[in-house]
Ligand binder design. Structure first.
Ligand SMILES: NC(=O)c1ccc[n+]([C@@H]2O[C@H](COP(=O)([O-])OP(=O)(O)OC[C@H]3O[C@@H](n4cnc5c(N)ncnc54)[C@H](OP(=O)(O)O)[C@@H]3O)[C@@H](O)[C@H]2O)c1
Length: 308
């Protein structure tokens, strides 16, 4: 009997990707299929996934990250039923909210976190039981250079990505012994529509608090100058993501030893390096001062914070 389009070869992975209406999520869909894997593409509106009709091995699933845990569980079950398993989750959906502390409302900050942070937590929580029971899975998160370095008026977006960095680091330590692989993809700037005026939300225009006009203008100018001219080619980023998951096109040293954080984009490499160098310099300059707070004759403990 000829296997149907939903039949899985033993080496094929089933992916679930959030935010497939545009950008990196949308580009991932054909790239995943091209390597022989299957994909469940999700979007807030099913009509945004019309492009997958007729693509063998791809299925559409409506999913709004801000939905309740209960709905996320139902959607996860629907996703598992689509091909019988989910091997890879790409927590991709997200957007940029900009503005200064004093002007961004609590509700707007919550909305930003609801998608970029809590949404990724909910998707992961809904699929972890499945991955635990199978003792396998790969979970990816779209982090950002904005999750490494903050810029003025970039607080809502940056803090949502910084939060993701911390939470995912903990998740990795909770689940790596269960056969679940977790990665934070620290993306540089890629040429999608993410910085277009239709996509970004927030308040960067001058307003009643003139003191902040210069800070907001700087970010608005930076967005305008970057939009459409980002150094990163999204099609290439998508291929690197496939390489990471499928452990293909990697060196021998990289294969089987993939770190939690993986930079994607030359600017990501540069930003992460700069942050590390700056941090090392602070430790060099302030290490003695900081260490002056220990008890005299302190007990040496073998339990170092954060080390396994
Ligand atoms: N491009 C870059 O330079 C860059 C750099 C660093 C990190 N990233 C991260 O990479 C990811 C993808 O970004 P992109 O560049 O591909 O941007 P994009 O083209 O704007 O795509 C973002 C996707 O997220 C979806 N989304 C937003 N809110 C959602 C919600 N509540 N529920 C479900 N889906 C929602 C959007 O759907 P709608 O069409 O319904 O809005 C869209 O499909 C994001 O997490 C972003 O933060 C991108």
């Amino acid at each position: 009997m000829h296997p149907g389009p939903d039949a899985l070869s033993p080496t094929a992975h089933v992916w679930l990707v959030t935010g497939c209406s545009s950008g990196l999520g949308r580009m991932l869909v054909p790239a995943i299929l091209a390597r022989g894997d299957k994909v469940i593409a999700t979007a807030r509106r099913l009509s945004d996934l019309d492009y997958i009709q007729g693509l063998e091995g791809a299925k559409a699933l409506q999913l709004d990250l801000t939905d309740s845990d209960e709905i996320h569980r139902e959607k996860a079950n629907e996703a598992i039923r689509a091909f019988g398993q989910v091997d890879v989750v790409v927590n991709n959906a997200g957007y940029v909210h900009s503005g200064v502390w004093e002007e961004v409302s609590h509700e707007d900050t919550l909305r930003q976190f609801d998608t970029n942070f809590f949404g990724a937590l909910k998707v992961t929580r809904s699929l972890l039981p499945h991955m635990r029971s199978r003792k396998s899975g790969v979970v990816l998160y779209m982090s950002s250079i904005a999750g490494w370095v903050g810029v003025g008026a970039g607080g809502p977006y940056s803090s949502s990505k910084f939060a993701l960095e911390g939470a995912v680091e903990c998740l990795q330590k909770e689940t790596s012994h269960l056969g679940i692989r977790t990665h934070l993809l620290v993306l540089g700037q890629f040429r999608t529509g993410i910085l277009s005026t239709e996509k970004t939300v927030g308040q960067l225009r001058p307003s009643t608090i003139e003191d902040y006009d210069i800070v907001k203008q700087e970010l608005a100018d930076r967005h305008a100058a970057t939009n459409g001219l980002q150094p990163g080619k999204p099609e290439a980023a998508v291929e690197r993501i496939l390489d990471i998951v499928r452990e293909e096109n990697l060196t021998g040293a990289q294969r089987g030893n993939l770190p939690l954080r993986i930079p994607i984009g030359s600017d990501a490499v540069e930003v992460m390096k700069r942050k590390c160098v700056e941090t090392l310099q602070v430790l060099e300059d302030w290490g003695e001062f900081a260490s002056s707070t220990d008890y005299a004759g302190k007990q040496a403990t073998s339990l170092k914070y954060g080390q396994s």
